[in-house]
Design a binder for this molecule. Structure first.
Ligand SMILES: [Mg+2]
Length: 312
């Protein structure tokens, strides 16, 4: 039985090192070992280990120094450190714990004690993992629009400025498309809010189908208005994308009860190509331009696209 918590061993004595490796592998742990603290720390910097078993007395870098080095910088997760030592005076134990060890084992180590102590480490690491999973679930909920499953305003506010700053920094084009379902109020009035909700969900689904996975993203701006972010996309390509979206929305049908509901949407595009010497600017002004183009598309009859190039 293999578990998800690999162990890094630091031990200068080859015989005890081999014995520890064997014991741990038999107990189902993946093990990597090093002949001293410095070597162990080098391995650790390249690959994270949630459990470290370290000898105290070693050349180059001893167990206490290794504990301190690990604790000095933040790591991707908690590292449970066992200090293995021949010393078992109270004073030595305190020194070890103060250096950052979580527990200690005295030499010569007893196999069943080692395995039992490791189980206490696993309980803590598993608790940490379940907290992380719960946190990730909450984080996803907090940035997702509950009805449509796309990003919400919170996400948009946080990430749009980052996207625009990145584009500005690396002189990459970026475009925004603001879109709004035409006469949405009428749908709610004619068919009821359940139909309206279904249309919002379908609308987002149709748009997502046309976007590039992991690059483009869509967030609900409010009501039936959505913002689509197209990184690495210049104005002309964004206009083409918007046309593809417009066409897809107008051709798709939502079946509700015994009716087929058709909708159209209007689009406002703004494209930005940063040039050298520009500093980051507030993303609100780009949203504002997209919004104005959308308003123009509405005014000129809906089911159409209007756009402009953003100039700083
Ligand atoms: Mg030693």
């Amino acid at each position: 039985m293999k578990n998800d918590f690999p162990i890094l061993i630091a031990e200068d004595n080859a015989v005890s090192r081999k014995l520890m490796e064997k014991t741990l592998r038999q107990a189902g742990y993946a093990v990597v070992s090093a002949a001293n603290g410095r070597e162990a720390f080098k391995i650790f910097k390249e690959r994270f280990f949630p459990i470290i078993l370290t000898d105290w007395g070693m050349p180059e870098m001893d167990g206490l120094e290794l504990c301190r080095a690990i604790r000095e910088n933040p790591t991707e997760g908690y590292v449970f450190i066992f200090l293995i030592t021949g010393r078992d005076s109270r004073k030595d134990i305190i020194v070890g714990l103060e250096a950052g060890a979580d527990d200690y084992l005295t030499k010569p180590f007893d196999r069943s004690e080692l395995i039992a102590r490791l189980k206490t480490a696993l309980r803590i690491l598993e608790l940490e993992k379940s907290l992380k999973d719960a946190y990730e679930k909450i984080r996803l909920l907090s940035i997702t629009d509950k009805l449509t499953g796309c990003y919400n305003r919170t996400y948009m506010d946080e990430y749009l400025s980052r996207e625009i700053s990145r584009a500005t920094r690396y002189l990459r084009p970026i475009s925004l498309v603001m879109t709004d379902i035409d006469h949405f109020k009428r749908i709610n009035d004619d068919y009821g809010h359940q139909a309206g909700d279904l249309i919002l969900k379908n609308f987002v689904g149709w748009i997502k189908e046309s976007l590039r996975n992991d690059v483009d993203w869509i967030a609900r701006y409010g009501g039936e208005e959505f913002l689509i972010v197209l990184p690495e996309t210049d104005f002309e390509s964004a206009m083409w994308s918007a046309e593809r979206l417009r066409k897809s929305v107008s051709e798709n049908v939502t079946a509700y009860e015994d009716k087929d509901i058709r909708i159209t949407a209007s689009f406002g595009v703004v494209g930005f190509k940063p040039s050298a010497g520009n500093n980051t600017f507030p993303h609100e002004s780009m949203i504002d331009k997209a919004d104005k183009s959308l308003y123009q598309a509405k005014k000129e009859g809906r089911n159409r696209i209007r756009g402009q190039i953003f100039a700083v």
